[in-house]
Design a protein around this ligand. Structure first.
Ligand SMILES: Cc1cc2nc3c(=O)[nH]c(=O)nc-3n(C[C@H](O)[C@H](O)[C@H](O)COP(=O)(O)OP(=O)(O)OC[C@H]3O[C@@H](n4cnc5c(N)ncnc54)[C@H](O)[C@@H]3O)c2cc1C
Length: 486
C-alpha cells in the first residue's frame, strides 16, 4: 500500500475518533463525572436553559453512573456502599426523587447504639422494642439516658447544628445570587466562618462539654467522615446534621438519582470513557480519553475531585493541594464475636457500634445492615485502614462473605480550609467539587452543581437562556420549606 493511502486511512481514522461536539450555532457542554454533581449539573443546565442548541455530554470512566452513590452485593442482597443517607431538608434530593418517581425509605430512627473505647462500652442506648407502646417508652428512656450522661450540652449541640442548617437553607431561596467562588458562596450564607476553625473550637465556644465532644460528637465524625473533631466546623456541622432524625434514602439505591437526571436532561452519556486530558484550543476545549477518542466542547465542567486523578490540563491549572480521606468499607455477612467486646452473648452488642479516638482502635464503626437471624446478619464496617482477614477473624465469630471497598471518600478537612476556584481558567472550564472543601454530601454536590449551571448560563449569550425561567432558575417551593420547618 502506498504512503498516500496510509495517509488517507490515517486521516479517516482521526476523523472517526475525533467527535466535534460543537453544533453549528449551539453550545456543547461536556461534563466529566456522572455522580450527583455531574448529573445534577446536566439536569439544571437543561431545565434552566431549554435552548435547543445547548447539548450536554456526560463522560464516566466506570461502567455505571452514580460515582460515590454506589451499591454493593453481599450474599444476594444489595446495600448502599457509599453515600447512604439524606437529610429531611435535602430539598434538591427530595425534588429529584419526586421528579423521577423514585421511592424513599426511612432510616431506622430508633437504632440501638453504643460507644466503644476499645475496652468496653462507655455508653449504650436501650435495645429496640417491637411493641409500639414500649418503643415510645424506650425512646423516652433513651433521651433520659442521653441527658443523664451529656446534660444541657446536648441542647447546645442541637442549636449549633440547627443554626448551620438554617444558613444552608438560604441556597434554596429565590434571592440567592450566582457565585463565582466558594468563599463568596459561603460568606453569603453566613457559613464561611465555620470553615476557618476546627469543630472542637467551635463547639467549645458554643459551650459543649468535653465529654460530649470526645464521645458522641467524635463518634459521629468518625462514622460520617472517618475523621476526628479537628475537622472544620462546617464539615462538622454537616456531619452532625447527618445524625438528625428523619433521615432517608432512595428505595433501591441512591445512584438512581444520577441515572434519572442524566436521562431526563437528554444528555449523551459516554460510559467507560475516562478523560485524561483537557486542552484549550482557542475556540473550544479538546477532551482526550484513554480509549483514544477526542471530543470538542465549548464548555467543560469537572464534576469529580481532581486530587487523586491524573487529568492533564493545557494550559495548566492551579488548585490548592488537598488530601483525601480514605475510608475502607468492609461488608460482612456473618456474626460478631461477643468475646471481642468482652460480652457473653451477641444479643448484648448494639446494632451500631461507634468508637472514640483511641490509638490502634482498628475500626471507626460497625453497623447492622440486615438481620436474617440472631446468628446471621449483614454488617458494614468503616475503618481508616484495611480490615485484613486476621483482624476480621477476631471481631467476627462467623464470616460467610466479605466485600471490601477502599473509597477515596471525601477531603481530609483541615481548618482554615482553602478553596479551589469554581472557574478554573477564567474562561469556560468549571469545577463543581471545589465546594467539597466546605462539606461532602450528595446535597452539597447538587447545590454546588446548581450554582455552576446558573453561572455557565449567566456567562453565555442571552440567546441561550430560557426567557420565561431565566438562568435564576426555579428555587425550591417556599411552601415545601415552610411545611418541613414545622
Ligand atoms: C463511604 C462513604 C459514605 C458517604 N456517606 C454519605 C452519606 O451518607 N450521605 C451523603 O450525602 N454523602 C455521603 N458521602 C459523600 C458523597 O458520596 C459525596 O459527597 C457525593 O456523592 C459526591 O458526588 P460527586 O458527583 O461530586 O462525586 P462522585 O460521586 O465521586 O462522582 C465523580 C464521578 O466522576 C468519575 N470520574 C472520575 N474521573 C474521571 C475521568 N477522568 N473521566 C471520566 N469520569 C471520571 C468517577 O468515576 C465518578 O463516577 C459518602 C461518601 C463515602 C465515600
Amino acid at each position: 500500500m502506498g504512503m498516500e493511502k496510509w495517509g488517507l486511512l490515517f486521516s479517516l481514522f482521526l476523523s472517526l475518533t475525533s467527535f466535534s461536539l460543537i453544533t453549528a450555532s449551539g453550545h456543547r457542554v461536556c461534563i466529566i463525572g456522572s455522580g450527583i454533581g455531574g448529573s445534577s449539573a446536566a439536569h439544571f443546565l437543561k431545565s434552566y436553559s431549554l435552548s435547543p442548541s445547548l447539548e450536554i455530554s456526560v463522560f464516566e470512566r466506570r461502567e455505571k453512573v452514580g460515582g460515590r452513590m454506589a451499591t454493593v452485593e453481599l450474599a444476594g442482597d444489595t446495600f448502599e456502599a457509599g453515600a447512604s443517607i439524606l437529610h429531611p431538608k435535602n430539598y434538591h434530593a427530595l425534588n429529584f426523587t419526586e421528579l423521577l418517581g423514585l421511592g424513599r425509605r426511612g432510616d431506622n430512627d430508633d437504632s440501638w447504639f453504643g460507644v466503644w473505647d476499645g475496652k468496653g462500652f462507655v455508653f449504650k442506648t436501650m435495645p429496640p422494642c417491637q411493641w409500639v407502646v414500649l418503643k415510645k417508652l424506650a425512646s423516652f428512656f433513651n433521651s433520659l439516658l442521653m441527658f443523664g450522661r451529656y446534660g444541657f450540652s446536648l441542647l447546645r449541640m442541637q442549636s449549633f447544628t440547627l443554626s448551620a442548617v438554617a444558613n444552608f437553607l438560604k441556597y434554596y431561596e429565590d434571592s440567592r445570587p450566582i457565585f463565582e467562588s466558594v468563599e463568596e458562596m459561603l460568606k453569603w450564607a453566613g457559613l464561611y466562618g465555620l470553615t476557618t476553625q476546627p469543630l472542637q473550637v467551635e463547639l467549645e465556644q458554643a459551650g459543649l462539654s468535653d465529654r460530649l465532644i470526645s464521645e458522641l460528637v467524635t463518634v459521629i465524625m468518625r462514622i460520617n467522615y472517618g475523621q476526628d473533631v479537628n475537622i472544620s466546623g462546617m464539615a462538622g456541622a454537616v456531619s452532625l446534621a447527618g445524625s438528625d432524625s428523619g433521615l432517608w434514602a432512595v428505595e433501591g439505591g441512591n445512584w438512581q438519582m444520577a441515572a434519572g437526571l442524566i436521562d431526563r436532561s437528554n444528555a449523551s452519556l459516554f460510559l467507560q470513557e475516562e478523560i485524561m486530558s483537557i486542552s484549550n484550543l482557542g475556540d473550544y476545549y479538546e477532551l482526550n480519553s484513554t480509549k483514544g477518542n477526542s471530543y470538542h466542547c465549548n464548555i467543560t465542567v469537572v464534576a469529580t475531585p481532581l486530587d487523586e486523578l491524573n487529568i492533564s490540563f493545557s494550559p495548566p491549572i492551579s488548585i490548592p493541594k488537598r488530601k483525601l480521606q480514605h475510608t475502607h468499607a468492609t461488608f460482612v455477612r456473618g456474626v460478631l464475636n461477643p468475646g471481642y467486646f468482652g460480652l457473653k452473648s451477641i444479643s448484648e452488642i448494639p446494632n451500631l457500634v461507634g468508637t472514640v479516638e483511641v490509638p490502634d482502635l482498628p475500626f471507626s464503626s460497625i453497623s447492622v445492615l440486615k438481620e436474617y437471624s440472631n446468628e446471621d446478619k449483614a454488617y458494614k464496617v468503616f475503618s481508616r485502614v484495611p480490615m485484613n482477614d486476621d483482624l476480621l477473624d477476631l471481631i467476627f465469630s462467623v464470616r460467610k462473605e466479605v466485600v471490601r471497598i477502599n473509597w477515596a471518600a471525601y477531603p481530609h478537612y483541615e481548618a482554615p480550609e482553602i478553596f479551589a476556584p469554581i472557574i478554573l481558567d477564567q474562561l469556560h472550564l468549571y469545577y463543581i467539587n471545589s465546594f467539597e472543601n466546605a462539606a461532602s454530601t450528595m446535597e452539597t454536590s447538587a447545590v454546588a452543581a446548581e450554582n455552576v449551571a446558573r453561572l455557565i448560563l449567566s456567562r453565555l449569550s442571552s440567546s441561550l437562556i430560557n426567557e420565561s425561567k431565566g438562568y435564576v432558575g426555579t428555587s425550591i417551593s417556599q411552601e415545601r420549606m415552610h411545611v418541613d420547618d414545622l
